[in-house]
Write a protein that binds this ligand. Sequence first.
Ligand code: FMN
Length: 368
Amino acid sequence: MSVPPSSDLRPPLPSPIVPEQPLTALAPMQDVTDLAFMGVIAHYGAPDYFFTEFFRVHAQSKPEKHILRSIDENKTGRPVFAQLIGEDLHHLARSSIELLRHPVAGIDLNMGCPAPKVYKKNVGGGLLRDPAKIDEILGTLRQTVPGLFTVKMRIGFEDTQHFERILDLVNKHDVDLLSLHGRTVKEMYRSEVHYDYIARAVERLKCPVLANGNITSAATAVRVITQTKTAGVMIGRHAIRNPWIFRQCREAFAGRPITPVTLAEVRDYIVRLYEATDHAGLPERDHVNKMKKYLNFVGQSVDGTGAFLHDMRRTETQAQLFAVCDRHLLAEPDKIFADEPYPGVIARPNCETPSANADGCSLETVTG
Ligand SMILES: Cc1cc2nc3c(=O)[nH]c(=O)nc-3n(C[C@H](O)[C@H](O)[C@H](O)COP(=O)(O)O)c2cc1C
């Protein structure tokens, strides 16, 4: 049996953009964190690290071409970790080796996806019920990946009974970085986040931890890092809402005032996102529908009454969509886009639970 690579021989984690500052990462999001979105985010201020949406691993799997593009054509200047979801040891190892031929910063294992169709196959969040299986998987991946091997997980499945045991496995297998979403699988996306568990992980683990879950603003990032003592934060939905958030985090970490964003700048973001997500053969109606999924998050900071969201959701054409943007964003172009979502303005009402058929986390199924 070969010996796992010594941690002395592995590369260090890539340095943050501003040396000595806490780390920031864009959370992996299926159907969101693709090449186009990464480019848009980098335009407004890249995070230190990117993670791909998950590559599915099974007997017949090959790395999905569209996800590979976010690695091979990454022009953000920042490292990208390739995320895998699966449970078969042989095929996880095979897929890691395939992905290591591409310019990845490391291999990341998904142990958090809460979609029933996923966890029923004992992958993603489903693994959190089975520490013995986690032991095997982490052992195999550590053995296979000579460089950085990272894990993203939740604090448990139904409850947190295996939490400490799983953290000890993360230590045992010399994982290089843990991104921890402070909710159980059953808590999905909208319960409060248990930052106290994230703090416990920091105390118990040898590797750095990224705090994940409801990091809504740079001020929240500072507060959570202070409370949990993590090495940094991982931000998902609130980077869709506010792509300036990583730049704002760096300002806050440096103790500088946060540069506010105006509604006119938000319109610029929407135009950029529209152009970046366009591709040959995409019907206008589908493109507008795709944009609405991002704008559900953006709308949480435009006005406190949800008027932008209301009007935006009723558009069907590009012209209608941008007419709504002009009406709501250019009437008072210098008005400030709120740092935090307005209370009660919800990205997608009535849609907390993914349908039984959803085979992942997509914007179709996840609320703000
Ligand atoms: C649309 C969407 C897709 C997601 N896809 C993935 C994924 O592919 N892999 C993963 O580990 N987590 C995925 N997640 C979970 C996020 O990475 C993150 O853990 C979660 O959204 C909580 O962070 P936030 O409050 O900053 O959004 C997804 C979340 C959303 C909203």
